[in-house]
Design a protein around this ligand. Sequence first.
Ligand code: XMP
Length: 518
Amino acid sequence: MASEISNEFCAILDFGSQYSQLIARRVRENRVYCEILPCSITARELQEKGVRGVILSGGPCGVYDENAPQLDPEILGMDLPVLGICYGMQVACQSTGGAVTPSTEREYGDTTLLIDQSDNPIFYGCDEKLQVWMSHGDRVNEIPDNFCAIAHTENTPLAAVFDPTSKFWGLQFHPEVTHTQDDGKILNNFLYRICRFTGDWEIQDYVTRSVDEIRETVGNNRVVCALSGGVDSSVVALLIHKAIGDRLTCFFIDNGVLREGEAKQVCDIFQNQFQLDFRFIDATDRFLERLAGVIEPEEKRKAIGYQFIDEFREAAKQFTDAKFLAQGTLYPDVIESVSPFEGPSATIKSHHNVGGLPEDLGFELIEPLRFLFKDEARLIGKELGLPDEIVQRQPFPGPGLGIRIVGEVTRERLATLRAADQIVRKELQEWSRFRDIWQGFAVLLPVRSVGVQGDQRTYDCTAAIRIVESTDGMTANWMLPPQEILARISNRICNEVQGINRVVLDISSKPPSTIEWE
Ligand code: XMP
């Protein structure tokens, strides 16, 4: 599939490193298209994909571990430049007759790299003494005859090696992390000076190619799409619409747990502004019925998730010519599924499919964003004229406000939370750091407390304010807006929202808390 997107691309073979995605980011920042592929890929498969350079990632194993992932040794005989990073260096050296010393001690953190072969193209423009980031236990201690050492550190004599015959460069340190203070030169040198990429990959290329590819795949058939108004599904809908026009049918299912004004906003944009074949389904009553009496968070998630699937199935049934289902799957999710290691992140994320659709609906999947990172999807959205309110939208969970009302979800409580949440979101826009906020919202707690309003005693609920910054939602830090913003939020909620007489600020990070309360 890769080579259909670009005929000039860099392959990153994933040996399970936490940094594999970071390498991909860095490569794309150099305007070179790249993909992360399983380390088990063979030289032949790589050849068929038409790669121009290969990067071997690091990984958590030792090369002598029982199930240590191996490299197809023929990859080093492909006459293609290969860059091995950390484990990638070790596995390549080992497979060509070198030796790796297992070690129980890790070398971790900043280290000074002393470059011994400064005219090697990989180090072009670098200082001969360079701060680099190390994170390894084992190290290469013997290299085959045709290899040479090109840099060392105090503890690691073979910190960088080079084999002119196989065009292999091995680095024990991590050039992809910003702690390596080479201004990105090492990766840039590998891509431009060694692989000879031209660096002309642009997001527009992705749009053009992906539109062509969608047309070819879909032919005269119909595509259906569950449009939520989030960035991913919106971009997918516009991209497919650009390719096949009215043969795309989008369903927007109002599950009754959306935020204030959200349904209307999404309808206005896609129905009126972009004139998509857009079907609005107001399923509020059915969702709320299913949620009646449900208190336990996982039960709530399931109730909302299953009802969503039922609604979509019912809506799509009338389109007998619908062969494809469009999904807004992004690259990080794809990478997780190809990675040879099931990291803990894979498990934490599984519940996030709630609000999505299962694979067995009987459609073929179309996932045009599956090679993109979130910010790249945003760029495409911009390119396709998607308004900022969608492009910059904060993530909103599939189960919606249902998991922000602690306790039973009722119409009344939804109205209360909507009003409070709207105030929080509106007032946060006044903060100079608004763009740094990953999510900022209100949660309705069933805790009632005594208050006084005018001369009246009140006994009402509590709203918690949750504001976090994060890069991917997997970890998050709580944020503290200026006092005057917090004061306005609190005053407005207590004065304007019936049913709330107390506002508290959630100052927990993830971990140990999660972003959502349920
Ligand atoms: P947690 O609460 O697990 O959330 O820290 C991390 C991020 O994921 C979002 N989230 C979801 N998104 N369906 C979604 O589409 C879900 O079921 C779901 N649960 C959590 C959450 O808003 C945050 O951005």
